[in-house]
Design a protein around this ligand. Structure first.
Ligand code: ASP
Length: 295
């Protein structure tokens, strides 16, 4: 068993999703694979913005939501053969209608609670993971999509929920045992509390979702696929001479991510470290570049 997580840039467009599907298909030939997906790049920020506009009494939230809907529908049209599109287009529309109703409610009340914000943000990962699953299906690749809210149990601290590891591990293990499959596709970032209310794991939390699955399944490896090749000596957007660090310890990785290395969400390290699971950071756009790993 292995866990592969793809970040927002890796799934930002139809072409990128196709590349991801290819990487997944190849990787899953070797062992059963859980694929954790972030929202299409920029989606979470756009959802938060829509919620804030609605709460602030600005009807511009509708434009914002329309843009999001158009983007996802556009990806479906670019991604899938015409014969496969209609079911997925209507799935996207159903989710977007729900999103509209939630934002209408926020607008009417002039109030956006953390609980409602979690609900809003959850649509990003639900949609992106559905799109990847739809493409795998169109390619004839057997897989199982599952809503990680049914597996990841958290407390009710909205926006930054704490995971109940015992229940979560049990639920993940029971699910995989009951439904054996070579490829599982799940949305990152989201969970639910004991009442079934949607929660989120903190911004950037899809990495953490992946680590939770890896630890629960005693995976042989966790791979974080992103747009850089590993942890760097400095922020590559600021320092042109930044270099990938070939190999670092869990401890150093945790420190680097705490001090601002954006490549890894800090809580990710703990679950894999506790089980000694190697964590690789790989570049979706240069998969042949030497990967980097922590031990
Ligand atoms: N989509 C969420 C965010 O932008 C979670 C993630 O991408 O890891 O924070």
């Amino acid at each position: 068993m292995q866990v592969l997580k793809f970040g927002g840039t890796s799934v930002a467009t139809a072409a990128n999703l196709q590349r991801v599907a290819q990487l997944v298909e190849t990787a899953a030939q070797h062992t059963a694979t859980v694929v954790v997906v972030s929202a299409l790049g920029g989606t979470t920020d756009a959802l938060i913005e829509a919620g804030r506009l609605a709460a602030g009494g600005s009807a511009h939230y509708r434009t914002q939501l329309q843009r999001l809907e158009d983007r996802h529908l556009g990806v479906v049209r670019d991604l899938l053969p015409i014969s496969e599109q209609s079911a997925v287009l209507s799935l996207v529309k159903t989710h977007c209608n729900e999103l509209d109703s939630i934002c209408d409610g926020i607008f009417a009340l002039g109030e956006l609670s953390d609980r409602t914000l979690d609900r809003l943000m959850s649509f990003g990962e639900i949609l992106s993971s559905r799109l990847l699953a739809a493409y795998l299906k169109a390619q004839g690749v057997a897989h199982l999509w599952h809503d990680s809210r049914q597996l990841i149990r958290t407390d009710s601290r909205h926006g930054f929920a704490t995971v109940d590891s015992e229940t979560t591990n049990q639920q993940i293990q029971a699910f995989v045992a009951a439904q054996p499959c070579q490829i599982y596709v799940v949305p990152g970032f989201i969970g639910s509390d004991a009442q079934g209310v949607t929660t989120t794991l903190g911004r950037g939390g899809s990495d953490y979702t992946a680590a939770i699955f890896a630890a629960a399944l005693a995976a042989e490896r966790l791979e974080i696929w992103t747009d850089v090749s590993g942890m760097m000596t400095a922020d590559p957007r600021l320092v042109t001479l930044a270099r990938p660090i070939p190999r670092i310890s869990y401890q150093e990785a945790m420190e680097l991510s705490h001090f601002g290395a954006k490549v890894l969400y800090p809580p990710t390290v703990q679950p894999v470290r506790s089980q000694g699971i190697p964590l690789w950071i790989k570049n979706t756009f240069a998969p042949r570049m030497k990967a980097h790993w922590l031990k």
